[in-house]
Design a protein around this ligand. Structure first.
Ligand code: NDP
Length: 280
């Protein structure tokens, strides 16, 4: 039976992961069967079981299943354990080993592709879902000064901050208090709000200073609303999630195949098709 890989999520039809992993595999001379499988909270466990029966040995997990996938793993990398969320599953015998590569993927994209020095930055993280839980510890590890997490459901932000356990550097505030938080050198949108076509980001301009970089984990249409706000607010740099997408995939690929692929050609090909929101 051929070893099978897949990405699970909902919606999943437009996922770029099968294409990215196929390109990495071609580059490394590895033969690969990697597909997109649609699954929601209710049918994910059954879909994953069927995948294993069919030869599934590795999977990527995307919204909204990252925390559900964590619950289905027996062992974890330390960063996945801290995040309580996984985007990469590795089959080990009869169980799943979980990892989270979103955070390292974002940091690699910002520091290597965009040459940003994250050290000493005040960071505002919008969102506390599965991806935010991976991104927050990775940004702290990268040497940021301080992080404030704001989420629509405050209890989810509190849970994220409790898991990190660095009260001196990372704390939560309410969305209604954004005006009182001062300014930030990095503002990260880790919400899925932009997937709603009618959404508008009405964030205070006081969050922005002369150095602010705004990063949306989303790309394409889902990044339009936040990046439009960032441009109007005068952010110095705007970055979408396309580079992160490629970098998190590369780290997953390394976990499965033992080799870290080159990412620049794959990124350039995707960028040619997905202009940065707001640019022609
Ligand atoms: P989750 O479903 O786990 O979390 C969604 C987050 O968005 C929660 O914080 C949720 O708040 C918030 N949210 C949803 N709708 C709204 C809204 N209308 N207003 C304010 N907040 C809202 O998703 P993930 O964390 O896995 O992913 C978040 C986004 O990041 C997705 O759009 C995903 O595609 C993108 N992403 C991109 C990656 C990349 O490689 N480029 C990697 C990972 C994610 P609440 O808790 O209140 O529901």
């Amino acid at each position: 039976m051929t070893d099978r890989y897949a990405v699970f999520g909902q919606p999943i039809a437009h996922s770029q992961s099968p294409r990215i992993h196929a390109a990495f595999a071609a580059q490394e001379g590895i033969s690969l069967d990697y597909r997109a499988i649609e699954a929601g909270q209710d049918d994910f466990a059954a879909a994953l079981q069927a995948f294993v029966a069919d030869g599934g040995v590795g999977a990527n997990i995307t919204a909204p299943l990252k925390e559900a996938a964590f619950a289905l793993c027996k062992t974890y990398t330390s960063r996945a354990k801290l995040a309580g969320s996984v985007n990469t599953l590795l089959r080990k015998g009869d169980y799943w080993h979980g990892d989270t590569t979103d955070g390292v993927g974002l940091v690699r994209d910002l520091t290597e592709r965009h040459s940003l020095d994250l050290r000493g930055r005040r960071v505002l993280l919008l969102g506390a879902g599965g991806s935010a839980r991976s991104v927050a510890p990775a940004l702290l590890d990268a040497g940021i000064l301080e992080m404030v997490v704001v989420n629509r459901s405050p209890e989810r932000a509190d849970a994220l901050i409790d898991a990190i356990g660095e009260p001196g550097r990372a704390r939560t505030r309410y969305w209604e208090d954004l005006r009182e938080l001062g300014d930030f050198e990095l503002i990260v949108n880790a919400t899925s709000a932009g997937r709603d076509r009618d959404v508008e980001f009405k964030l205070p301009l006081s969050l922005v200073n002369s150095l602010t970089t705004a990063v949306d984990l989303n790309y394409g249409e889902a990044a339009i609303a936040f990046l439009a706000w960032a441009r109007a607010a005068g952010c110095r740099n705007v970055v979408d999630g396309l580079g992160m997408l490629v970098e998190q995939a590369a780290t997953s690929f390394q976990q499965w195949h033992g080799v870290h692929p080159q990412t620049n050609a794959v990124y350039a090909a995707l960028r040619a098709e997905h202009a940065l929101a707001g640019e022609d």
